[in-house]
Design a protein around this ligand. Structure first.
Ligand code: C5P
Length: 393
């Protein structure tokens, strides 16, 4: 973290005292830290403590003439390499999500053009409340990184998720941001994820069991490496990963058109389980009639992956997925050639992979096969993003 500048916003919660330790840890690792203390934060620790630990003036008021004369609040928000909010209370998360700027901390957060990492800490029920869930989802959609709190006994006597993560874990997250956060900077990656729905009539559709989890995790992992990610998602109820531009679609043809519109891209990772066929959709609901079965007349959908492989703007690295239940490697090797993509990521879906959290993966390229056995989908995503970064460099 040598020479990196962190702007640390300390919110009002009992975990604020751990922010002092964070300042020390970051400084020991070579970073310089400037602190902003909210009015709530000042109920728990003093500006003096943070000033002594950071060896920098601590800012507390939005309308402080002395501060503004030395360094305006806009400049303060821009001169850091990373803005960290720790601890972030439920109230601070809500005000950030709403874009409120009624004190120095929230004004800086609205004015900054720098990456923001939020480290929440609050009572377990406040963390689990629908309003907080909504706010976290909104912040992630806005490109803010929100760390997951730890689970365990809390200062308020309750138990559950909501504890501030250990200071070392926060420092590791910050360090990771500085070391890996730029590997894919300037690269645009398209990711498709989830199933597609093909309507039969206005109320019925053909679908498949894809949960979208693996594709969403890959989009998030690519964004964490600094890529500009366009995530083109079929109908799934998953939160948008931090820093990812998400476009929701329903049918295969919408997905194909949206992928086309998102070009050019340096890489494309086609994780979606695109429906192979669509039905001739009725414009009004098909009525059930005793003894009479409707017939579905199916038409083949466009193959988005194969289409991209032969596109004049073909992404430099084109990656397909293959979900197989048997003869996984043979099928995947044949599929790579048939589709004209660079890598096929084959996964064995004979067990509980669909909708589950773990995946066994084989990555097949022109001259080699690499296998990762039963990894969590997040880990598969992280490793794949690293491999993509290696390939694009
Ligand atoms: O042909 P199959 O569905 O087995 O191939 C899977 C791979 O092809 C996945 O990467 C999937 O996203 C992609 N695909 C596609 N468009 C289709 C069908 C599959 O992009 N219509």
């Amino acid at each position: 973290m040598n020479g990196k500048r962190v702007l640390l916003i300390v919110g009002g919660g009992i975990a604020a005292y751990k922010a002092c330790e964070l300042v020390r840890t970051l400084r020991k690792a070579g970073a310089s830290v400037r602190c902003v203390l909210t009015a709530g934060g000042a109920q728990f620790i003093t500006a003096m403590t943070l000033a002594a630990l950071s060896e920098q003036p601590v800012h507390t008021n939005l309308f402080d003439l002395k501060d503004e004369a030395e360094m305006g609040h806009i400049q303060l928000s821009r001169e850091a390499d990373l803005v960290v909010v720790c601890p972030a209370t439920a109230d601070l998360l809500a005000r950030m999500a709403a874009g409120i700027a009624d004190d120095l901390a929230t004004t800086l957060l609205l004015a900054t053009d720098k990456p923001v990492l939020v480290v929440p800490a609050m009572n377990v029920r406040m963390w689990g409340h629908a309003a907080t869930r909504r706010n976290v989802m909104q912040l992630r959609a806005d490109g803010v990184s929100v760390m997951e709190p730890d689970e365990g006994p809390m200062a308020c006597g309750e138990f559950g998720p909501g504890r501030l993560p250990e200071v070392d874990a926060i420092a590791a997250e910050i360090s990771n941001h500085f070391t890996n956060g730029h590997r894919l900077a300037g690269k645009h990656v398209i990711v498709t994820a989830g199933p597609t729905h093909e309507p039969i009539d206005p109320v019925r559709y053909i679908a498949n069991r894809s949960s979208g989890k693996q594709g969403f995790a890959i989009a998030g992992a690519l964004a964490a490496l600094g890529a500009r990610v366009s995530l083109i998602a079929g109908p799934v109820a998953l939160p948008t990963p931090a820093g990812v531009r998400r476009i929701d679609v329903e049918t295969a043809r919408e997905m194909a058109a949206t992928v086309e519109a998102a070009l050019p891209a340096d890489a494309a990772v086609m994780v979606a389980a695109v429906a192979d066929w669509r039905a001739e959709a009725a414009t009004i609901k098909i009525k059930k009639q005793a003894g009479a079965l409707p017939t579905l007349s199916l038409t083949e959908n466009p193959d988005i992956l194969a289409g991209l492989a032969h596109h004049p703007q073909r992404p430099g690295l084109l990656i397909g997925f293959a979900a197989e239940t048997n003869d996984v490697l043979e099928h995947a090797i044949a599929k790579r050639q048939r589709k004209g993509c660079d890598w096929i990521v084959a996964n064995d879906v004979s067990g509980d992979v669909m909708g589950g959290d773990a995946n066994t993966i084989h990555i097949i390229s022109a001259n080699r096969t690499e296998s990762w056995d039963r990894l969590p989908k997040d880990e598969v995503a992280r490793k794949l993003a690293e491999k993509i970064a290696d390939a694009l460099q």
